[in-house]
Design a protein around this ligand. Sequence first.
Ligand SMILES: [Zn+2]
Length: 175
Amino acid sequence: MGDALESGFSCQVCGERHVLPLSYSVKVPLAATMIPANELDERLVITPDQCVIDGRDFYLRGRILVPVIGLEEPFVWGVWAEVGPKNFVRTNELWTVEGREDEPPFQGWLNSELPLFGNTINLEVGVQTQPVGQRPRFTVVDCEHSLAVEQSEGITMQRVEEIAVRMLHPAGQSL
Ligand SMILES: [Zn+2]
């Protein structure tokens, strides 16, 4: 079942073979991409994991894990969520503190677009701190949302392929 991960799959949209990624990630929050280039120095502070805009909007990068049926490894959406100032500060205080994964989950709101799931901006997630060195896990709160359903029920390798096609050919035929 994991064969397609190594050998790729033949794409029904373009006819080429593509490798089959098990993760996709977004490098910056959507809000950061809206800032005009000449204002970036003044308004944006960003690392690979944290982002602050205008000193008052706070974002964390995290991972939405989706089990893949028949695989040990999960599928991962690497995305950003806006979080409240207190939780942002707390996260920073605990950045290198052993045992920080015992923190209770807190609220976040997605700030990355995942067009496969409709409008995901401000979709509420639970943010669960992970052991030092790992990005937090995001869990979609609305259990009827299609992304939440995939998160709780898992997806098939065929779905992983569909996602690959949609990500590679955003304007291609709908699946
Ligand atoms: Zn293709």
